[in-house]
Design a protein around this ligand. Sequence first.
Ligand SMILES: CCCCCC/C=C/CC(=O)SCCNC(=O)CCNC(=O)[C@H](O)C(C)(C)COP(=O)(O)OP(=O)(O)OC[C@H]1O[C@@H](n2cnc3c(N)ncnc32)[C@H](O)[C@@H]1OP(=O)(O)O
Length: 704
Amino acid sequence: MAALTRVSGSVGLISLLNPPVNALSAAVRQGIVDTVRRAVSDPQVKSVVICGQNGVFCGGADIKEFGGHMSGPPLVPIFNTIEAADKPVVAAIEGSALGGGLELALACHYRITQSKARLGLPEVSLGLLPAAGGTQRLPRLIGVPAALDLITTGRHLTGAEALKLGIVDQVTDQNTVEAAVKFALSIPSGCNICRLHLSERPGVMQRVKKSAHGAIAPVACVQAVQAAATLPFTQGMQREQELMATLFGSGQARALQYCFFSQRVVSKWSSPSGSRWDTSKPKPVTKVGVIGLGTMGRGITVALALAGLSVVAVETQQQQMMAAQHAVSGMLERTARRRGVSLVGDQIRYSVELEAVADVELVIEAVFEDMALKEKLFKQLSTLCKADTLLCSNTSSLDIDHLASQTHSPQLVVGMHFFAPAHVMKLLEVVYGPRSAPQAVATAMELGKRMGKVSVAVGNCSGFVGNRMLMPYVEEASFLVEEGASPEIVDRALEEFGFPMGVFRMSDLSGLDVGWKVRKARGLVEPGQMSRVRQGRRYSPLGDLLCEQGRFGQKTGRGWYLYDSAGSREAQPDPWLQSFLEEYRARQGLVSRRIDSQEVLERCLYALINEGFNILQEGIAAGPEDIDMIYVFGYGFPRHRGGPMFYASQVGLAQVLQRLEHYQQLHPDIPHLRPSSLLRRLVSSGSPRIQRWREIIRMPHSSL
Ligand SMILES: CCCCCC/C=C/CC(=O)SCCNC(=O)CCNC(=O)[C@H](O)C(C)(C)COP(=O)(O)OP(=O)(O)OC[C@H]1O[C@@H](n2cnc3c(N)ncnc32)[C@H](O)[C@@H]1OP(=O)(O)O
């Protein structure tokens, strides 16, 4: 798994051989031990270059090994041997040097990199820290502040950025291995790892803890780098190992590693009709039409332009068009500045005429969420666009199949549900209907990928996956407030769990009127009425009553919380709301009781999870990974919990079932607390590992 050859007479060239990313599996580690020993002891070898096969240096430790028994030689002594070698060792970095891959390079005496290569220590995103010397060597090389930034965020750098920081010695746009060999031929033996610059920025621990939302790895990363700043190298290495031992087997590390693989699993989509990612070829797309330039349309336009696509942006209201054009330019400018790239605004053509999209390959409709309006638009598009143009809707809940039925080619219609702000949020739900062609799904998935999104293919149902699961979660939160909790109690429990915002703060941010409109459309709203049973099930009119008072959240300065002014973000508990709730409970004959954070978490999260099981059972999502990635990337579910379905598997399915049964007995009028039959089936199959759920879902069963 590693080969040694001699090049240019005296350079020992060690190549890592483990496609696709030359991960440091047990066999590769053994290969490095053997080849380094041979190179060091060969008198004809005067210097050594380490590179990776197929244009990738090394993607780090083999993450697949983490779950099981780790065998083979450990990394730390291997890297110490390289560092201690009395011949100069040069890393030739192409493609990626990530995690253990970069730590290997840091143990070498010199590093030459391709300018576009990606370098980083992303262990924190796997619930770990760089425990093969990364937390000790990097701060010694580039100083504590820069090392802390890289290690606690896990962000990737380009080769050019790495040169600026002093991580690498040379950047090349030519053949990197040849450049490294040339470099090796030119140097005497030596090592450069002791560029001490170890002062720490004050307050870093508080900042990292605050943004970690309960994740433990970022905190351990800071502790390890602090050790580099205060202890000699050998003791610092010991501290690194101790801290890694606390993380390695943790539930958070398992959750984060599950997320790593799930993100890749969801790109390998399949649908109940049998269409699949590997048998469906996407159609090439270069020019996209966006119809409707409200908040969503603007974000989608920016995201498409940033991905290098030509965009025809249509808004039929002249004034709205001018505002949108201005807003899009601003968003592009800010993003370009942040990313350090040049502006891409000239790829966008604006028009007030729908006919402007006549020659595009794909249209994304982002008009107001009104079925009649969308029906009319899809009919028009079907006539004026080319016969093979894909027609996509950004609807967040309307029936994609119904929209498809308005067109001449229903097979070319899919949902592309972006999340606001669309140029920032990573999630895209690609919604297929029963008639969507495999190529249409593949094209939308591929376009999402080009836009840098985590695209998840899901079936068509009301609210699709994300918003459908959100309904019971939000409803439970309102029921808890009826029963005696305050919005602060509910939000605190959810935020301590790891959500960036609790349900009420989130609702104030997005606007209470959004849900009000949806409930009105479903015929649930009865103005001025306080009845708590609607359409045969428990209903909380609290949100409607607040909207009737003009309390729409942040934008009106009051909602579930009070704000200093309209648009302010500082939520304060509102004494008015407290009296309003007391009066409401009294009029409803509800006796307020003390509700603790465990009940908040169980009722909100288990209701959400239970809906997830229903969705899996119905085949709307192909597997638990799809649901989990939707929640992690679209709804702020803490990544270190793995997503709702993974969290359920860690709590224990039997426990989730038992608590749902308990709450359902107490609240028989809340249908979403009735345990899903798939959950029961999984429990009676012995609660298998989440990776086996797909098998059980597919097994024939009786629903009786
Ligand atoms: C006390 C015990 C001590 C243990 C010491 C543990 C030390 C840990 C330090 C580490 O190194 S942890 C790993 C750090 N590395 C990473 O996080 C990198 C992860 N990989 C990536 O970011 C990307 O894969 C990439 C390298 C940038 C390449 O991206 P690209 O888009 O080109 O390809 P992908 O689709 O992502 O990957 C292709 C294929 O390869 C699999 N894979 C990638 N990296 C790893 C890895 N490190 N280990 C195992 N497998 C990896 C990935 O899953 C894909 O597989 P698939 O089957 O084709 O989906």
